[in-house]
Each structure stands twice: as C-alpha cells, then as structure tokens.
Design a protein around this ligand. Structure first.
Ligand SMILES: Cc1ncc(COP(=O)(O)O)c(C=O)c1O
Length: 491
C-alpha cells in the first residue's frame, strides 16, 4: 500500500469487535484492537509494507486512548506482524503464506506445461524491464497537464509522430495524406473496430485466411460480420478464390508471414490482391503481427505501402515486447478513419503514460536495440530447434522457418496430430495441433511449434520428448514412406 493510501477509514478497515461479541481473551479494548489489526493483516486488507497511522492519530480515529493503540502495536511487533522503525513509524511486516493468498485468488487455469512450445508468445523473460521502467518514470515526471487529460481519440500525438516514422522506415509503410495512424490496444482490437466500421457501412462478411489465427475470426464475428474462410497455399492467400464470394469486399490477411503456415505472400499474389481490392473497392486488413522477425533475408515490405487507399496496416507490441503492454496501432485509409471517428467517441486506448513511454523507447533507439537483440536470440533458437528436429525426427518435413516465432512440423501420414499434442502434453511439452487453426476442422496432420517463450536449454529435451511421442504413433505408418511432403525438407 503506498504511503498516500495509509490513511483509509481505519475504523471500517479494522472491524473492531464489540466487547460482548469478543472472546474472553480480547475483552479489553487494546486486546480487541490487537485482534482486529491481526485479522486485517492476515486477510490482506492491510498489506506487507503498509505504514500504520501514528498511535495518536489512530486513537483519535477510533475514539480510544492512545495507550490502547501503543499496547496493540507493541503486541503485534512482538508477534512479528509489525515492525517499528525509529523515525519511520510502524509498518506491516507479515507476508501471507501461499495458502492464505490462494484462498482469495480466483481459481486459476491449470498450470501450463513446463516446456512451452505453443505459438503466440515472445520471450517474456527478455522484456526490457529496466528500460520500460526508466521510460515510464521519465514520462511520468515530464508529462504536462494536457498529457494527463483526455488525449486525442487516435492516440497521443507524440507517439503517433515517432511511430509513423518507424513504420515508414522499418515497414515501408505509406504516411501519405490518405492514411491516418490510430492507436489501439492490440491487433485484435483493431480488427474488431475496423469490422464494426465495415458493418456500419453495410458489409456483412470478411474473407479470412484458412488456416488462420482464430481470435481474429472471433473478432470479426464479435463485430457482427461473418468470416468467410479462403484457403492459403505455398504462395499465400488464394486470391482467385475470393471470386467465389462476390458479396465479400473486405479481407483479413497476414502477407508478411502467414499464420500458422509461415508463407510469405508471393509478389504475384500481392499484385492480384491489390488489383482485386481496387476492382471491387475492398478494404484489405493487413495483419503485420510478427514481421520484425525475419531471419534469412530482410523483411518484406507492407501492402499498405503499395496501396494506402485500400489497405489498413495493423500491428502491436504483443510479439516484440509483451501482450501485457496492450499497445497496438492501425494505419487506416482516410475514409475508414472518418467512419471510425464517427462511430466511436471514446475508443479504448492504451494508457497515455504507456503511450509516452513507448514513444520514448522508439525515439531513443532503445526499441530498435531490443528488436535487434531479440532477432539474434530468436534466430539462434530457431536454428537450434530446426537442427534438433532434423536430428531427432529425420525425414519429417518442417516448414515456415524463415521468419516469426513459430514453425510447422508436418507429421508423417497416419500419425494423428491430436494424439501427438496429448502425448506431448502428458510429458510436459505444450505444442498446438494445426487443425485448431483450420476453419474446416481437419487436414494433413501437423503440429505448430512456437519458440518465442521457451529457453534454449529446454529445446533439445522438448524435441526429444516430442520425437518419442511421434515414434510411438508412427508404428502403424511405418510401411508408408516418411515425409510424404518432401521428406526432411525445411522451407
Ligand atoms: C497471426 C496473429 N495475428 C494477430 C495476433 C494478435 O495480436 P494482438 O495481441 O496484438 O491482438 C496474433 C497473436 O498471437 C497472431 O498470432
């Protein structure tokens, strides 16, 4: 409890039992006060580190003698609940044991497997805590009164200024007057907001990649639109298939690094998609979720940079820093920005001080430094994972390795992905069944391995356990040729 909060209504907080309801041992006023304070500390209502009011002040609040308070404090110091420091008052020292805090905690999700190879998270151990804390402290000290009021619904102008510059230089995004940068709390929230704008202007559906990230399809549905799955092949979204849905005039795609297949949209598909968008006056929602991490050649630039009048570029810090930061953005064609601002008077934004802290990291170069370091870490981890997979699962094709934080292990024929996922989970390894991301349910068996949030040291062990599980299920498939899709190839 911060010092500023140490003056709550102590009479309410302490729930002083009446003399008649208290047990024989606590009939005296100081005894009842001791008991009430002890209960408040044990229950967590008064937390470790909190400063108690001076005895004179508490006595005045409670309408009792100062002696009763000093007696209660002395008793609890002796019991170890409080500590009295000359000059700095009396503080709560007692820290609840785990059982006590568990009682108050909401029932939590089952613990995650020890070796987390599920896709979706960056390296959370590498969050630049010191940099972030320093930036937050600095902007909190410097924020103006205006900064602390209601900022522009598109986000704080300081962040938008440095962010647009970053998107131009790192993603070849277009900052032409036909595009407006708006802050979001995540890519998912940006998709939801844009879909609401589509719904408000008469759209009923959005084409989504199949397979794809299910939370984005859920966001489409939450906005009242229907997601129409369009297949993805080795060149990316099958743009020609959009013709099967003449009523669809919006598409959600991740051209820089398709999820989960990891395909980069081929130049001819990019051109075809933009031609289609121009022809039917469509909105292309470009999910640029992990484009910062491309290992074997420079990142591909954005569709938005090629056609800012038709493409909204969406990104966030979920894969570069942490999803807990809740900062994202969308660079939206002007007319769609207008629809959004009519539709939403108070869009949910990241907290202004967090926006300013990120602006500071961007402007100082600390964000770029973090990205460079992360890229090196992930490339080395990817190399290790690919090498271990080749060593322990020879003949099994691995794909989507050139970028991002995940790859796909295409299982041999006859090895059911769901059984592999269950078997791996039982051994403490968390991986995802690719079917989870398929609109139509099932396809060739494959598992998706995310390597963002596992330690390098655990990679060999996790792959060895996964290989054991695959071997168990492979018996029935042994007569068939292994790696039917190119055996051992990595792409
Ligand atoms: C393909 C894809 N797009 C978007 C997102 C969501 O990002 P955000 O946390 O910014 O909503 C994810 C998250 O894992 C993702 O995998």
């Amino acid at each position: 409890m911060p010092e500023s909060q140490t003056n709550p209504a102590w009479d309410v907080l302490l729930e002083l039992p009446s003399a008649s309801s208290a047990g024989a041992a606590v009939r005296t006023l100081h005894g009842r006060l001791t008991s009430a304070l002890r209960t408040a500390i044990r229950s967590g209502r008064v937390v470790a580190g909190a400063t108690l009011p001076p005895s004179r002040a508490l006595a005045a609040d409670l309408g009792c003698s100062r002696w009763a308070v000093t007696e209660a404090y002395a008793q609890l110091v002796a019991e170890g609940y409080l500590e009295a420091r000359p000059g700095s008052g009396t503080r709560v020292r007692w820290v609840q044991d785990d059982r006590a805090s568990d009682v108050r905690r909401a029932p939590s999700a089952p613990p995650r497997a020890r070796m987390d190879l599920a896709p979706g998270l960056p390296d959370l151990r590498a969050f630049p805590r010191a940099r972030w804390a320093e930036a937050l402290r600095a902007v909190t000290a410097r924020a103006t009164a205006t900064d602390l009021g209601y900022v522009d619904p598109a986000g704080h102008e300081d962040l938008r200024a440095v962010l647009i510059e970053y998107l131009q230089r790192s993603r070849a995004a277009s900052a032409s007057s036909s595009a407006q940068l708006m802050l979001t709390t995540s890519t998912t929230s940006g998709v939801r907001r844009l879909c609401r704008a589509l719904a408000a202007t008469g759209h009923r559906s959005v084409a989504v990649e199949d397979p794809g990230w299910p939370r984005l399809s859920a966001a489409v549905r939450e906005a009242g639109l229907e997601p129409f799955p369009v297949a993805v092949d080795d060149l990316g979204l099958r743009v020609a298939d959009l013709g099967a849905w003449p009523s669809v005039r919006a598409v959600l795609t991740a051209p820089a690094h398709q999820f989960p297949n990891g395909v980069v949209m081929a130049p001819e598909r990019r051109a075809a998609l933009l031609r289609w968008a121009g022809h039917v006056e469509a909105l292309v929602i470009e999910d640029d979720y992990d484009s910062e991490f491309r290992y074997d050649r420079p990142p591909v630039s954005t569709l938005q940079g090629m056609e800012p009048r038709r493409v909204a570029l969406l990104g966030s810090l979920s894969k570069t820093l942490s999803p807990a930061v809740r900062i994202g953005w969308m660079l939206v064609p002007g007319p769609w920005a207008d629809v959004l601002s009519h539709l939403e008077s108070t869009p949910s934004l990241p907290p202004t001080l967090d926006q300013l802290a990120f602006a500071r990291l961007l402007a100082s170069g600390a964000y770029d430094t973090h990205l460079r370091r992360s890229r090196r870490t992930y490339r080395a981890r990817r190399d290790l994972l690919v090498a271990e997979l080749a060593r322990l699962l020879p003949g099994v094709e691995v794909s989507g390795v050139a970028a991002g934080l995940h790859l796909v292990v295409n299982l041999p024929d006859g090895v059911p992905a769901s059984s592999v996922v269950r078997g791996a989970e039982a051994r403490g390894v968390h991986v995802a069944d690719l079917d989870r991301y398929r609109a139509g349910g099932s396809g060739p068996p494959a598992v998706v391995l995310g390597y963002g949030n596992i330690t390098d040291a655990l990679v060999p062990q996790a792959v060895a356990l996964l290989a054991d599980v695959v071997a168990e299920h492979r018996t029935g498939a042994r007569s068939r040729p292994a790696g039917r899709r190119g055996g051992g190839r990595t792409s």
